[in-house]
Structures are given as C-alpha cells and as structure tokens.
Design a protein around this ligand. Structure first.
Ligand code: NDP
Length: 264
C-alpha cells in the first residue's frame, strides 16, 4: 500500500526503543527518510544498527538528544535540516510513565512529570515548526495515553499531565491548521515495549517468564482484547495519522488500547 510517504522526512523523538523504533521501521519501509533521537548513545547505536541492517544508512539519522534540553533539540533540528533539507512529520513520542498516588507524589515529582509531558512536545514542536510549515504535508503526531481520559489512582500526576497535553494537541491543531500542519494524538493502553522489558528485569518475580508476567497484567486490567499491545500496533496508527492518508483529520485521536476505553 502506498502511504504517500516516499521521500518525506519523519522526525521521531524517542525513536531508539519500543513504539518509536517500530514507527521508524514502518516509516522507512514506506519510503520515508527518518531521524530518531534518544538520550542513551548505546541504545541509539543499537537501534541505528538494527534499522541500517534492514534499510541501509542513506535515509537514516540517529542522534543523541534530550528533548527537555532546548539546545540539544536545536542541534538535532539543525542536523536534520543539514542532512535532509526539511521536515514533513514530527512524532512526539519520547517519554516514560511516572507512577504514584496523590499521597505518594511530591511537589518535585509533580514538576518533573509536568515538565516531561509538556516540554517533550513544546520543545520539538517549536524547533521543527518552520520546516513543518514549509512542507506540503506537515503533520505532528503526539503519543499519549488513555490515562488522559481515564485517570488511574496509581498514576495521578501522569494522568493529569496527559490530559493537559491532549488539550494542548487540540489547541495546536487549531492554531496550525492555517499553516497546513495537522496535529493528532494516539491514546495508548498497555503496550509491550522497552519500558515494560526493563520493568520485568527489575520487578519480575522469580520463575515467572516475561510473557506470563505481561499476560498477568492484561488479565488484571480486564483488557477486552485479552492481551497487551505490540509496539507495531501503535506504530501503524502513528504512520496513518502522519501520512496523507489522513489528510482531512486534525485535532483527532486514535485509541490503541485493546478496547479499554469505556466511554462512547
Ligand atoms: P520505551 O522506553 O521503549 O521508549 C521510550 C523512548 O523515549 C526511548 O527511545 C527513550 O530513549 C526515549 N526518551 C525518553 N526520555 C527521553 C528524553 N527526555 N529525550 C529523548 N528521548 C527520550 O517506551 P515506549 O515505546 O513504551 O514509550 C513511547 C511513548 O509511549 C512514551 O512517551 C511513553 O510514555 C508512552 N506510553 C507508553 C505506554 C506503554 O504501555 N508502553 C503507555 C502509555 C504511554 P532514552 O531513554 O535513551 O532517552
């Protein structure tokens, strides 16, 4: 299927693992040129080798960059511009989950969470905006969570921050529509990714395999589709929202939660 992505430039923050890495793979296989970033050089090198093995090096830029550091985001933007000459797609994916009830969450933890969720979108969006505006197919996709609409008591700060950035994406969609840039979100449930692999390594009980441990989470959450999602499932939704296939959709969202959303 032609996604209309041949030759387009897609920037994926947090593209060195999990959902971002699968999105990079799907974008490359659709013919896009892809730039990924992450903080860990080792993780990024591993992702670069993996992607180069499948697609070669010519259409790939992998660069260390912390999206919370405005100077590093500027350097990443400059490198993308120098190598590819522009940007058509920005996927704001970098991040992680924060856990804690209201009682357990200190003011510093609140600030850290709000900072991460908001500025991981604000910094890249501001930096790449002029190139997105110059594109004839500008699109931003924000990777968000079902928590934005269905808060969980053990993830109070993350849930509130996610509700805020869902609102932000709607504002950006209205403001950028006259510039020809679409802005959409995906809302994730539980997706098996690097975060979960690392959590199993530290929290997984003795004698229980990772698959069984993950299946236990899916059962405990009563996920209607009966399992956690695979990173390629949200990646497909991201690619759709980033591509001209969704050219008349902005300010929208796709739920990728296995049926966990209980609203109409
Ligand atoms: P992974 O841990 O597998 O991937 C996260 C990616 O983001 C890594 O490449 C990581 O690299 C990068 N990253 C994290 N912080 C920064 C930063 N400050 N600057 C640049 N890169 C950063 O997790 P997922 O694929 O699961 O997560 C992708 C997104 O989906 C995240 O925003 C996450 O919060 C969200 N999400 C995931 C859910 C799930 O169940 N998996 C559920 C709901 C939301 P590095 O650490 O080297 O910087």
């Amino acid at each position: 299927m032609d996604f209309g992505l041949k030759g387009k430039v897609a920037v994926i923050t947090g593209g060195s693992s999990g959902i971002g890495l699968e999105t990079a793979r799907m974008m490359l296989s659709a013919g896009a040129r892809v730039a990924i970033c992450g903080r860990s050089g080792d993780r990024l090198d591993e992702a670069r080798r993996d992607l180069e093995a499948g697609f070669g090096a010519a259409n790939l830029l992998a660069m260390t960059c912390d999206v919370l550091d405005i100077d590093q985001v500027g350097q990443f933007r400059d490198s993308v511009r120098d190598l590819f000459g522009g940007t058509d797609i920005l996927v704001n994916n970098a991040g992680r989950a924060g856990r804690g009830s209201f009682d357990e969450t200190s003011d510093d933890a609140w600030r850290e969470e709000l900072d991460l969720k908001f500025f991981s979108i604000i910094h890249p969006t501001r930096a790449f905006l002029p190139m997105l505006e110059a594109s004839d197919a500008g699109a931003i996709v924000c990777v968000n969570a079902l928590l934005s609409q269905k808060p969980e008591p053990h993830m109070v700060a993350t849930s509130a921050a996610r509700a805020g950035v869902l609102n932000l994406a709607k504002s950006l969609a209205r403001e950028f529509a006259p510039k020809g840039i679409r802005v959409n979100s995906i809302l994730l449930g539980l997706i098996e990714s690097g975060q979960w692999r690392r959590r199993y390594e530290t929290e997984g009980p003795e004698g229980v395999s990772r698959d069984d441990w993950l299946a236990g989470f899916a059962r405990a959450r009563n996920i209607p589709l009966g399992r956690m999602g695979k990173p390629e499932e949200p990646a497909a939704a991201i690619v759709f929202l980033a591509s001209p296939l969704s050219s008349y959709t902005t300010g929208g969202l796709i739920d990728v939660s296995g049926g966990q959303a209980q609203y109409v």
